[in-house]
Design a protein around this ligand. Structure first.
Ligand SMILES: Nc1ncnc2c1ncn2[C@@H]1O[C@H](COP(=O)(O)OP(=O)(O)OP(=O)(O)O)[C@@H](O)[C@H]1O
Ligand SMILES: [Mg+2]
Length: 410
């Protein structure tokens, strides 16, 4: 069983590529589900087929589903929320504040994830392709299991005590069954889910890009955060590439056939520059490419063509890259960022850090890296090559001065 999750900035083509990948998997004979976790669904438009909250058959071996998280949270968790609201009000909180506080953060994301978990465990599908919301929301989705668990455990303990203290009155307010009883089970499910989502044999994350500056930056940041949380990224898909561009060597892209139209020729030059940048900055991830088609990619025929253009004869569900794209190790108080760069010669490495951007220069090789917050707040000290990997050391920041000893009271 394989789960492939496409993420990237808004509008880059995530839904289209997820649908195309799903179709190709189904054509290869695998029972496939394409599932959308974006609240603003567009999967049905892309497949040109009506969809609902349950897997709907779309083509031989192909099912698709648009999870209705808002309704589901209301249906299954509304009672619990109402109940927590009552508890808070009994503690003297105003109604509006109590209701606001009773919303468990991340509940919607967790509902989406649990659907994927249920499909993964039921074994009805061999391939689950996830069409995710734009990067920010999806990163929230993926980092949710940990923070959600923390929150729910606190709430559970607190709610339990509150019941014991207030006894009968609250029991009468409670829905028929104890809604808190659901929580430990949920925490357990979320725990198992994280195991599935971080297992590189099962799950792969793919970043969808367009050759544009802001899109690349957001994608690079996503790769850093995925690495930080241990989510395995196995490829990059660059979508909407203009015709006439040729990659001579990794990081060297030329406009081989300039357009007669000066406007388009200008865009080709810009795209060539950004494509080269992608080849450098996302190394060593394999890069798949899709051209900018003349028409919107809607319906099974168009999706079939697109999948063919991206993956050719390859099975899109295979694992295209094994191993971490980057790792953060702890050495004493220092953090060490390890970047596999097996094809580089040993040369002097120059590091320039500006906020959360790190510029690495090794001979002719230049790479820009967006650092996760935990590294951005530290200085970058030195860089060394060890076993085909660049190791960059981030020493612990200067410790904060200890608070002055309080003067002994007279
Ligand atoms: N290679 C392509 N050539 C031409 N049109 C494309 C291509 N890829 C995607 N499109 C079109 O671009 C539009 C946006 O694509 P899509 O909905 O897949 O993006 P998305 O990343 O899922 O967006 P959102 O972040 O809003 O969910 C759609 O109309 C789609 O048909
Ligand atoms: Mg989409």
């Amino acid at each position: 069983m394989r789960i492939i999750l496409y993420l990237g900035k808004g509008g880059v083509g995530k839904t289209t590529i997820a649908a195309a990948t799903g179709l190709r998997c189904a054509e290869l004979g695998h029972r496939t589900l394409v599932v959308s976790t974006d609240i603003a669904h567009s999967l049905a438009d892309s497949l040109d087929h009506p969809l609902g909250n349950e897997p709907t058959p779309v083509a031989p071996n192909l099912y698709a589903q648009e999870i209705n998280v808002v309704e589901e949270v209301r249906e299954h968790w509304g009672k619990l929320q109402g109940y927590l609201g009552h508890l808070l009000q009994r503690r003297g909180m105003g109604k509006a504040i109590a209701e606001e506080l009773s919303i468990i953060p991340g509940m919607e994301e967790v509902v989406s994830l649990l659907h994927i978990q249920a499909h993964a465990e039921q074994g009805r599908f061999d391939r689950i392709i996830v069409d995710a919301a734009p990067t920010g929301e999806t990163m929230r989705l993926l980092t949710m299991p940990e923070s959600f668990q923390w929150y729910v455990e606190r709430f559970y303990n607190w709610g339990d005590t509150a019941i014991r203290w207030t006894g009968g009155i609250l029991r009468r307010l409670m829905p028929d069954k104890d809604p808190l009883a659901k929580l430990p089970r949920l925490v357990e499910d979320v725990n198992r889910l994280r195991e599935v989502l971080t297992d590189p044999q099962t799950t792969s994350y793919r970043v969808v890009l367009n050759p544009e500056r802001m899109v690349i930056r957001e994608g690079a940041r996503a790769v850093s955060y995925l690495a930080l949380f241990g989510y395995p990224v196995d490829a990059v898909v660059v979508n909407r590439i203009l015709p006439g561009l040729v990659s001579r060597a990794p990081g060297q892209v030329e406009v081989a056939q300039p357009s007669q139209d000066p406007y388009l020729a200008g865009l080709q030059t810009i795209q060539a520059r950004y494509l080269a940048e992608i080849e450098r900055d996302f190394y060593p991830l394999p890069i798949f490419r899709a051209g900018w088609l003349e028409q919107e990619v809607v319906g099974l025929d168009a999706l079939h063509e697109l999948a063919q253009a991206i993956y050719g004869p390859a099975d899109p569900a295979q694992v295209f890259f094994h191993g971490p794209t980057q790792e953060i190790l702890e050495e004493g108080d220092d953090l060490v960022l390890v970047l596999p760069l097996p094809h580089l010669e040993l040369e002097k490495v120059r590091l320039t850090k500006r906020g959360d951007e790190l510029f690495i220069t090794v001979g002719n090789f230049k790479r820009e890296l967006l650092l996760p917050g935990v590294l951005a707040q530290r200085p970058a000290a030195d860089a060394t090559f060890v076993d085909g990997a660049l190791r960059i050391r981030f020493p612990a920041p200067e410790p904060l001065p200890a608070p002055e000893e309080a003067a002994p009271s007279p």
